[in-house]
Ligand binder design. Structure first.
Ligand code: NI
Length: 207
């Protein structure tokens, strides 16, 4: 089963890419697929496998992708389905930015599900967990959110989870491919706005 395989491969990475991230993305992908009329088998499989080829878990992303492909062959998945799943997981990675848009409806669905898991209550929790693992404090009113950074600046300069909401999470709503995901994103976005508003009020003892 692909879910057992994903569970065994993912481990407990503190960057938020653990098995439970895979679980949430898969549940969302199934829900969006149903609404959008996408192939649920492909979406489920691609969601379960989408982070296994990650460079962090493998010597290289190429080797990671090969590992996933070999596994799909061993499971006797159709060749067409294997190509489709491999195309999705190799193009949807966030790294490098500016990657080509997803070409199939199923790819759009899984990418949306992955991006949705970065926003809302879960997105906030993941951001704080990640910052804590990196040793960052949760907020510093003297550090303003950074705008127009390139990738190197982004990694080099100091980040706090509250600023990360502005630098990345609040921008994700605009990147959804499907109408269903846009609706979910809208609601999650609104929740994050309410959250930061409340956070600042409590920070200054006003709530
Ligand atoms: Ni992911």
């Amino acid at each position: 089963m692909a879910s057992q395989y994903a569970k065994d491969m993912m481990g407990n990475d503190a960057s938020g890419h653990d098995w439970w991230h895979i679980y949430r993305v898969t549940e969302l992908a199934k829900r969006i697929a149903k609404e959008e009329g996408a192939d649920i088998f492909i979406c489920t499989l691609a969601a379960l496998l989408h982070d296994i080829a990650d460079g962090k878990l493998n010597e290289s992303e190429e080797l990671g992708l090969k590992k996933v492909k070999d596994w799909l062959h061993i499971q006797s998945v159709d060749d067409d389905d294997i190509s489709h799943v491999m195309e999705i997981i190799s193009t949807m990675s966030f790294k490098g930015g500016g990657q080509p848009p997803m070409t199939t409806l199923e790819g759009k669905v899984v990418q949306d599900a992955d991006r949705l898991d970065a926003i809302g209550a879960i997105g906030i929790a993941r951001t704080f967990a990640y910052s804590g693992a990196k040793g960052s404090i949760m907020h510093d009113p003297d550090l303003k959110p950074r705008t127009n950074m390139n990738q190197t600046d982004y990694r080099k300069t100091q980040a706090t989870p509250i600023n990360h909401l502005y630098e990345k999470l609040f921008k994700l709503k605009g990147l959804m491919n499907t109408k269903t995901a846009r609706n979910i994103a809208e609601e999650r976005h609104q929740f994050m706005e309410e959250y930061v508003e409340r956070f600042y009020l409590e920070w200054d003892g006003k709530k």
